[in-house]
Ligand binder design. Structure first.
Ligand code: ADP
Ligand code: MG
Length: 238
Protein backbone atom coordinates (compact mmCIF):
# COMPACT_ATOMS: atom_id res chain seq x y z
CA UNK A 1 0.00 0.00 0.00
CA UNK A 2 2.85 2.31 0.88
CA UNK A 3 6.18 2.14 -0.91
CA UNK A 4 8.98 4.54 -0.01
CA UNK A 5 12.32 4.44 -1.79
CA UNK A 6 15.43 6.46 -1.09
CA UNK A 7 13.42 9.25 0.49
CA UNK A 8 15.29 12.38 1.50
CA UNK A 9 13.89 15.44 3.20
CA UNK A 10 16.18 18.34 3.93
CA UNK A 11 15.12 21.54 5.68
CA UNK A 12 17.73 24.12 4.75
CA UNK A 13 20.94 22.40 5.78
CA UNK A 14 19.16 20.02 8.14
CA UNK A 15 18.74 16.52 6.65
CA UNK A 16 15.76 15.03 8.47
CA UNK A 17 15.05 11.92 6.39
CA UNK A 18 18.06 10.25 4.77
CA UNK A 19 17.71 7.60 2.06
CA UNK A 20 14.74 6.17 3.89
CA UNK A 21 13.13 2.98 2.59
CA UNK A 22 9.86 1.62 3.93
CA UNK A 23 7.07 -0.63 2.67
CA UNK A 24 3.74 -1.07 4.38
CA UNK A 25 1.51 -3.89 3.13
CA UNK A 26 -2.27 -3.77 2.91
CA UNK A 27 -3.86 -4.37 6.30
CA UNK A 28 -0.70 -3.76 8.29
CA UNK A 29 -0.80 -1.50 11.34
CA UNK A 30 2.62 0.07 11.75
CA UNK A 31 3.59 1.85 14.97
CA UNK A 32 6.38 4.32 14.28
CA UNK A 33 8.50 5.33 17.24
CA UNK A 34 11.38 7.77 17.43
CA UNK A 35 12.79 10.61 19.54
CA UNK A 36 11.43 14.15 19.30
CA UNK A 37 12.66 15.77 16.13
CA UNK A 38 13.55 12.47 14.45
CA UNK A 39 11.20 13.24 11.55
CA UNK A 40 8.08 11.18 12.32
CA UNK A 41 5.69 14.03 11.58
CA UNK A 42 7.70 15.02 8.52
CA UNK A 43 7.39 11.47 7.18
CA UNK A 44 3.64 11.36 7.82
CA UNK A 45 3.18 14.79 6.26
CA UNK A 46 4.96 13.59 3.14
CA UNK A 47 2.74 10.49 3.01
CA UNK A 48 -0.33 12.71 3.45
CA UNK A 49 0.83 14.84 0.50
CA UNK A 50 1.12 17.84 2.82
CA UNK A 51 4.88 18.16 2.31
CA UNK A 52 7.10 17.34 -0.66
CA UNK A 53 10.10 15.04 -0.53
CA UNK A 54 13.44 16.64 -1.36
CA UNK A 55 14.14 13.51 -3.40
CA UNK A 56 13.12 9.88 -3.61
CA UNK A 57 9.92 8.11 -4.59
CA UNK A 58 6.74 7.59 -2.62
CA UNK A 59 3.85 5.45 -3.90
CA UNK A 60 0.57 5.06 -2.10
CA UNK A 61 -1.96 2.57 -3.39
CA UNK A 62 -0.11 2.65 -6.70
CA UNK A 63 -0.26 6.45 -7.04
CA UNK A 64 2.93 8.44 -7.03
CA UNK A 65 3.69 11.46 -4.87
CA UNK A 66 3.80 14.36 -5.33
CA UNK A 67 2.54 14.09 -8.92
CA UNK A 68 -0.71 12.26 -8.12
CA UNK A 69 -1.47 13.89 -4.78
CA UNK A 70 -5.21 14.19 -5.37
CA UNK A 71 -5.55 10.43 -5.95
CA UNK A 72 -3.43 9.75 -2.89
CA UNK A 73 -5.46 12.06 -0.64
CA UNK A 74 -8.71 10.33 -1.64
CA UNK A 75 -7.39 7.10 -0.11
CA UNK A 76 -6.16 8.66 3.12
CA UNK A 77 -7.60 9.49 6.49
CA UNK A 78 -5.37 11.72 8.59
CA UNK A 79 -5.50 12.29 12.35
CA UNK A 80 -2.97 14.48 14.11
CA UNK A 81 -2.75 15.84 17.63
CA UNK A 82 -4.63 18.89 16.38
CA UNK A 83 -8.31 18.01 15.85
CA UNK A 84 -8.68 20.42 12.87
CA UNK A 85 -12.41 20.84 13.37
CA UNK A 86 -14.67 23.88 13.17
CA UNK A 87 -15.34 24.86 16.77
CA UNK A 88 -18.43 26.92 16.05
CA UNK A 89 -20.14 24.16 14.04
CA UNK A 90 -21.90 21.15 15.54
CA UNK A 91 -20.39 17.68 15.29
CA UNK A 92 -22.87 16.81 12.57
CA UNK A 93 -22.22 20.04 10.63
CA UNK A 94 -18.49 19.37 10.77
CA UNK A 95 -18.88 15.93 9.26
CA UNK A 96 -21.37 17.15 6.65
CA UNK A 97 -18.84 19.79 5.65
CA UNK A 98 -16.13 17.16 5.19
CA UNK A 99 -18.58 14.82 3.42
CA UNK A 100 -18.99 17.56 0.82
CA UNK A 101 -15.23 18.13 0.69
CA UNK A 102 -14.68 14.40 0.11
CA UNK A 103 -17.37 14.56 -2.56
CA UNK A 104 -19.50 11.76 -1.09
CA UNK A 105 -22.77 11.17 -2.99
CA UNK A 106 -25.30 13.75 -1.80
CA UNK A 107 -27.99 11.17 -1.08
CA UNK A 108 -25.69 9.21 1.23
CA UNK A 109 -24.12 12.05 3.21
CA UNK A 110 -26.63 12.39 6.04
CA UNK A 111 -26.78 8.63 6.70
CA UNK A 112 -23.04 8.25 6.51
CA UNK A 113 -22.50 11.12 8.95
CA UNK A 114 -25.04 9.63 11.38
CA UNK A 115 -23.39 6.23 11.17
CA UNK A 116 -19.94 7.69 11.85
CA UNK A 117 -21.16 9.72 14.83
CA UNK A 118 -22.73 6.56 16.19
CA UNK A 119 -19.56 4.58 15.61
CA UNK A 120 -17.42 7.00 17.62
CA UNK A 121 -19.99 7.32 20.39
CA UNK A 122 -21.07 10.88 19.65
CA UNK A 123 -24.60 10.31 18.31
CA UNK A 124 -26.22 12.00 21.32
CA UNK A 125 -23.97 15.06 20.95
CA UNK A 126 -24.48 15.38 17.18
CA UNK A 127 -26.24 18.74 17.53
CA UNK A 128 -23.77 20.33 19.97
CA UNK A 129 -21.08 22.74 18.85
CA UNK A 130 -17.56 21.33 18.94
CA UNK A 131 -16.37 24.15 21.21
CA UNK A 132 -18.24 22.44 24.08
CA UNK A 133 -16.52 19.08 23.50
CA UNK A 134 -13.79 17.62 25.69
CA UNK A 135 -10.43 16.93 24.10
CA UNK A 136 -11.31 13.22 23.93
CA UNK A 137 -14.62 13.91 22.19
CA UNK A 138 -12.90 16.19 19.71
CA UNK A 139 -10.36 13.50 18.96
CA UNK A 140 -13.12 10.93 18.40
CA UNK A 141 -14.83 13.34 16.03
CA UNK A 142 -11.49 13.78 14.26
CA UNK A 143 -11.37 9.99 13.79
CA UNK A 144 -14.92 10.01 12.43
CA UNK A 145 -13.87 12.69 9.96
CA UNK A 146 -10.78 10.71 8.96
CA UNK A 147 -12.76 7.55 8.13
CA UNK A 148 -15.85 9.28 6.72
CA UNK A 149 -14.88 8.47 3.12
CA UNK A 150 -13.81 4.93 4.06
CA UNK A 151 -10.14 5.43 3.18
CA UNK A 152 -7.86 2.43 2.71
CA UNK A 153 -5.09 4.06 4.72
CA UNK A 154 -5.08 5.85 8.05
CA UNK A 155 -2.22 8.11 9.14
CA UNK A 156 -2.17 8.92 12.86
CA UNK A 157 0.34 11.39 14.26
CA UNK A 158 0.46 11.10 18.05
CA UNK A 159 -3.31 10.79 18.33
CA UNK A 160 -3.15 10.20 22.11
CA UNK A 161 -1.60 13.59 22.87
CA UNK A 162 -3.60 15.39 25.54
CA UNK A 163 -6.07 12.58 26.21
CA UNK A 164 -6.84 11.38 29.73
CA UNK A 165 -6.98 7.67 30.62
CA UNK A 166 -10.64 7.19 29.74
CA UNK A 167 -10.42 9.07 26.45
CA UNK A 168 -7.26 7.14 25.56
CA UNK A 169 -9.00 3.83 26.33
CA UNK A 170 -11.89 4.82 24.06
CA UNK A 171 -9.44 5.71 21.32
CA UNK A 172 -7.80 2.28 21.80
CA UNK A 173 -11.14 0.62 21.13
CA UNK A 174 -11.76 2.75 18.07
CA UNK A 175 -8.34 2.05 16.62
CA UNK A 176 -8.76 -1.68 17.21
CA UNK A 177 -12.02 -1.57 15.26
CA UNK A 178 -10.31 0.42 12.56
CA UNK A 179 -7.47 -2.10 12.44
CA UNK A 180 -9.97 -4.94 12.30
CA UNK A 181 -11.75 -3.21 9.44
CA UNK A 182 -8.71 -4.18 7.38
CA UNK A 183 -7.41 -0.70 6.86
CA UNK A 184 -3.69 -0.02 6.55
CA UNK A 185 -2.46 2.27 9.32
CA UNK A 186 0.68 4.14 10.28
CA UNK A 187 0.67 5.66 13.76
CA UNK A 188 3.38 7.64 15.51
CA UNK A 189 3.35 7.63 19.28
CA UNK A 190 5.68 8.05 22.26
CA UNK A 191 3.72 5.41 24.11
CA UNK A 192 5.73 2.25 23.44
CA UNK A 193 3.35 -0.05 25.28
CA UNK A 194 0.27 1.27 23.55
CA UNK A 195 1.93 1.09 20.14
CA UNK A 196 2.98 -2.47 20.85
CA UNK A 197 -0.56 -3.43 21.88
CA UNK A 198 -2.25 -1.96 18.83
CA UNK A 199 0.15 -2.48 15.97
CA UNK A 200 1.05 -5.54 13.95
CA UNK A 201 4.47 -4.11 13.20
CA UNK A 202 6.91 -1.79 14.90
CA UNK A 203 9.47 0.57 13.40
CA UNK A 204 11.89 3.02 14.99
CA UNK A 205 13.03 6.15 13.21
CA UNK A 206 16.47 7.32 14.19
CA UNK A 207 18.99 9.59 12.47
CA UNK A 208 16.86 9.90 9.39
CA UNK A 209 16.42 6.18 8.74
CA UNK A 210 14.28 3.26 9.79
CA UNK A 211 16.71 1.88 12.35
CA UNK A 212 14.51 -1.00 13.52
CA UNK A 213 11.62 -2.73 11.80
CA UNK A 214 9.95 -5.98 12.82
CA UNK A 215 6.67 -7.72 13.43
CA UNK A 216 5.19 -6.90 16.85
CA UNK A 217 5.50 -10.57 17.74
CA UNK A 218 9.28 -10.36 17.39
CA UNK A 219 9.69 -8.25 20.53
CA UNK A 220 7.84 -8.39 23.85
CA UNK A 221 6.23 -5.30 25.31
CA UNK A 222 8.63 -5.59 28.28
CA UNK A 223 11.72 -5.70 26.08
CA UNK A 224 10.68 -2.77 23.89
CA UNK A 225 11.92 0.14 26.07
CA UNK A 226 15.44 -1.34 26.21
CA UNK A 227 15.40 -2.06 22.50
CA UNK A 228 14.20 1.47 21.82
CA UNK A 229 16.97 2.95 23.99
CA UNK A 230 19.59 0.81 22.25
CA UNK A 231 18.38 1.73 18.77
CA UNK A 232 18.01 5.45 19.39
CA UNK A 233 20.92 5.77 21.76
CA UNK A 234 18.57 7.70 24.02
CA UNK A 235 17.91 7.27 27.70
CA UNK A 236 14.31 6.30 28.35
CA UNK A 237 12.59 5.91 31.67
CA UNK A 238 9.47 4.13 30.45
P1 ADP B 1 9.06 14.43 15.12
O1 ADP B 1 7.65 14.44 14.64
O2 ADP B 1 9.71 13.09 15.05
O3 ADP B 1 9.20 15.03 16.49
P2 ADP B 1 9.47 16.39 13.04
O4 ADP B 1 9.18 15.68 11.78
O5 ADP B 1 8.39 17.28 13.57
O6 ADP B 1 9.93 15.35 14.15
O7 ADP B 1 10.76 17.28 12.85
C1 ADP B 1 11.97 16.74 12.40
C2 ADP B 1 12.99 17.85 12.21
O8 ADP B 1 12.61 18.65 11.11
C3 ADP B 1 13.15 18.77 13.40
O9 ADP B 1 14.50 19.13 13.52
C4 ADP B 1 12.32 19.97 12.99
O10 ADP B 1 12.80 21.13 13.61
C5 ADP B 1 12.51 20.00 11.50
N1 ADP B 1 11.36 20.59 10.79
C6 ADP B 1 10.11 20.06 10.74
N2 ADP B 1 9.30 20.81 9.98
C7 ADP B 1 10.06 21.85 9.52
C8 ADP B 1 9.82 22.96 8.67
N3 ADP B 1 8.60 23.17 8.11
N4 ADP B 1 10.84 23.81 8.43
C9 ADP B 1 12.07 23.59 8.96
N5 ADP B 1 12.36 22.55 9.77
C10 ADP B 1 11.39 21.69 10.06
MG1 MG C 1 5.88 14.93 15.52
Amino acid sequence: MIEIRNLNKIFGVNPVLRSLDLDVARGEFLALFGPNGSGKSTLLRILAALARPTSGTVRIGGWELPAEAAHVRAQLGVVSHLPLLYETLTAEENLLFFARLYDLPVAERADRVRAMLDRVGLARRAGDVVRTFSRGMQQRLAIARAILHDPAILLLDEPYTGLDQDAAALLDELLREVALAGRTAVMTTHDLRRGHQLASRIAILSRGKIAYDASTDAVSSEALPTLYADVTGAVTNR
